[in-house]
Design a protein around this ligand. Structure first.
Ligand code: ATP
Ligand code: MG
Length: 145
């Protein structure tokens, strides 16, 4: 096993509900260490760009509205099998169907307002980290490529 990095978002519903700290604690307890983090309020353009892959889906407009509704915590997590581990800790996309004890079950509401995002593959993790964090920002934190 080797250390891996993934990209995570605490979505606006959870930030607004004051659950940011609890979610970061849940991820840390699960073996994922934040090595970079910041609060950002996404613009329309940023939200559309980040979820570009879903642009043809019927829920795209609502998703952009939700993701721009308030600040998000964006972070880089590091740990063993970080990508799969983060997805496991988050649970299923739909908070109503997510397994008991998972982040989405505990802190989300439904299939849209589901409290957290996590990259789904190594290429998307790399792309998503670069979408929010510049090389200079990461280097300043001692996070090397
Ligand atoms: P994420 O990419 O946010 O980690 P995911 O990979 O589990 O979530 P995706 O299929 O990539 O799920 O969907 C991206 C996001 O779009 C979901 O997290 C959710 O907020 C929203 N979403 C997905 N499916 C629906 C739907 N049917 N109706 C409304 N919103 C949806
Ligand atoms: Mg996804």
């Amino acid at each position: 096993m080797s250390k891996e990095r993934t990209f995570s978002i605490v979505k606006p519903d959870a930030v607004l509900a004051g659950k940011t700290g609890a979610i970061v604690q849940h991820l840390t307890d699960g073996g994922l260490k934040p090595i970079a983090m910041k609060l950002v309020h996404l613009s329309q353009e940023q939200a559309k760009g980040f979820y570009h892959v879903h642009r043809e889906r019927p829920f795209f407009g609502d998703l952009v509205k939700f993701m721009t509704s308030g600040p998000c915590l964006v972070q880089v997590l590091e740990g063993e099998n970080a990508i799969a581990k983060n997805r496991e800790l988050m649970g299923a996309t739909d908070s109503k169907k997510a397994a008991a004890g998972t982040i989405r079950q505990k802190f989300g509401t439904d299939i849209e307002r589901n409290a957290a995002h996590g990259s789904d593959a190594p290429e998307t993790a790399k792309y998503e980290i670069g979408f929010f964090f510049s090389g200079a920002e990461l280097a300043a934190l001692g996070v090397t490529p």
